[in-house]
Design a protein around this ligand. Structure first.
Ligand code: 1BO
Length: 278
């Protein structure tokens, strides 16, 4: 069922009652101070959710941008992630403190395990502790395959609120089982690299659907994610693109065109398929 009431302020409630904006701003590849202006612009335009990670090397600048923006803390939703080299109980606690201090915040809205590497279970224990202390409002994972999610569902009382993974129409058919698994287990799906890093914006099917709605291919890809009930975090370093990416609430893609997009079986993937990882 298509939600016709979506706006830039729309949120979805996670499995622990915390709400996350449906549209967020991704900062992967905006390294160091390159993240500052784009985050300022995104907040000016009306985005309230900012996604960063230790790996991106920009937490200090994301922190500065959100403080300089003067948007109140309660209105913001800030996500960061624990990197592979910080997995393990003690290391995760330490990494969390470092991220918090770089961002100059006293809590994080969402803390994610970046990849399902060894020691993820130990990290999860640390994250549950941080969650119970109220230092993070929700905890989740990124790039987890079904088997990694099952392991957490079987072992922990607190289950991931989110699984963030690469998702766009060109990968949809390969991720369908994972999508269904997350939906059936109340794990919110968050789509990263929804714009394929620009690599597939020239796909003829996406272009022709974009022309039909008088929208850009990027807007079609973002709207496609929203209509699938995914949280979506497009990234851009350009102000006009950041604005354009938020102008996706004044149209809807028909069911027929959604199906056309769903069936783009290009098997295009930017990053790893973790379903073969232990
Ligand atoms: C390797 C980074 C993937 C996006 O978070």
């Amino acid at each position: 069922m298509i939600n016709l009431e979506l706006t830039i302020n729309s949120k979805v409630e996670l499995n622990n009652g915390v709400s996350i904006p449906r549209l967020g701003f991704g900062t992967w590849k905006l390294k160091g101070e390159m993240a500052y202006n784009p985050v300022r612009w995104a907040l000016e335009i009306g985005y309230r959710s900012i996604d960063t990670a230790k790996l991106y090397g920009n937490e200090t600048y994301v922190g500065k941008a959100i403080h300089d923006s003067k948007v109140s803390r309660e209105q913001l939703f800030i996500t960061t992630k624990v990197w592979d080299s910080d997995l393990g109980y003690q290391k995760t606690l330490k990494a969390f403190d470092t991220s918090l201090s770089k961002l100059k915040l006293d809590y994080i809205d969402l803390y994610l395990i970046h990849w399902p590497r060894k020691l993820r279970n130990e990290s999860w224990k640390a994250m549950v502790e941080l969650y119970e202390q109220g230092r993070v409002k929700a905890i989740g994972v990124a790039n987890f395959a079904i088997k990694h999610l099952k392991e957490f569902l079987n072992k922990s009382e607190i289950i991931p609120a989110i699984n963030q993974f690469e998702l766009h129409p060109l990968l949809f058919s390969q991720q369908i089982k994972l999508i269904e698994f997350c939906k059936n287990n109340e794990i919110q799906i968050e789509a990263y690299s929804p714009l394929t890093h620009g690599k597939k914006l020239n796909n003829p099917k996406i272009k022709s659907i974009a022309q039909k709605y008088d929208k850009s291919p990027a807007q079609i890809l973002i709207r496609w994610s929203l209509q699938h009930d995914f949280v979506v975090i497009p990234k851009s370093g350009k102000k006009d693109h950041i604005k354009e990416n938020a102008e996706v609430f004044d149209f809807k893609i028909s069911e027929k065109d959604m199906k056309e997009l769903d069936s783009l079986k290009e098997r295009f993937r930017l990053l790893y398929n973790t379903s073969t990882w232990d």
